[in-house]
Design a protein around this ligand. Structure first.
Ligand SMILES: [Zn+2]
Length: 189
């Protein structure tokens, strides 16, 4: 199970802090409600592209001694199953779908001027599919603004809440993914 690890700082800073097994050790199991602190269980590696980072990060994993399931602490600027950070995707989507810039200009706004245009189109398709569910879910946190469609409404709500804060809420409380889960990874319940 992945849980969100709120983290303010650079990716480099995260990479240094995550070395200490105790610093963010969960004091109970989120999966079986066991109240004993979890045991360090190594890391897994994943790639990440952020505004000032392009490389591999390690994600800390813990083991519950009671149910034997693992819990990993995903830093809150990264999205499960996507290589690009929330900030990069947010800059692109706002530039393209809210400000109406071209694909190329939107990629430039996200500091990804050399990326293939298909990547941006993929993010847009996922977001458009997810926009209605996002606006409904985020209404628990911010009043829905008047907007011509669900896409611009969801974007405005994300802008006013902050994308990373909104992601923490959606993922932790509702197991909802900003760009929607691919069918193969959709969590149950
Ligand atoms: Zn457990």
């Amino acid at each position: 199970m992945q849980v969100i690890h709120p983290f303010s700082g650079t990716v480099q800073h995260y990479n240094e802090e995550i070395v200490d097994v105790n610093q963010y050790r969960p004091d109970g199991c989120p999966q079986c409600e066991d109240r004993d602190p979890l045991t360090g269980h190594g890391f897994y590696r994943r790639t990440l592209v952020d505004l000032n980072f392009d490389g591999v990060i390690r994600v800390r994993r813990y083991l519950c001694n009671s149910c034997r399931r693992t819990t990993s602490l995903l830093p809150d600027y990264a999205l499960p199953w996507l290589r690009f950070s929330i900030s990069v995707i947010a800059l692109f989507l706002v530039a393209r779908l809210l400000s109406g810039l071209t694909l190329l200009a939107a990629a430039r706004a996200a500091e990804q001027q050399t990326m293939p245009y298909q990547r941006g189109q993929f993010w847009m398709r996922r977001f458009q599919k997810q926009a209605r569910a996002l606006s409904l879910a985020l209404a628990a946190r911010v009043a829905p603004p008047a907007a011509p469609d669900f896409v611009s409404r969801a974007l405005r709500m994300l802008e006013s809440l902050g994308w990373i804060a909104a992601h923490r809420f959606l993922f932790s409380r509702l197991r909802m993914h900003l760009l929607g889960w691919p069918a193969s990874l959709a969590p149950h319940g």
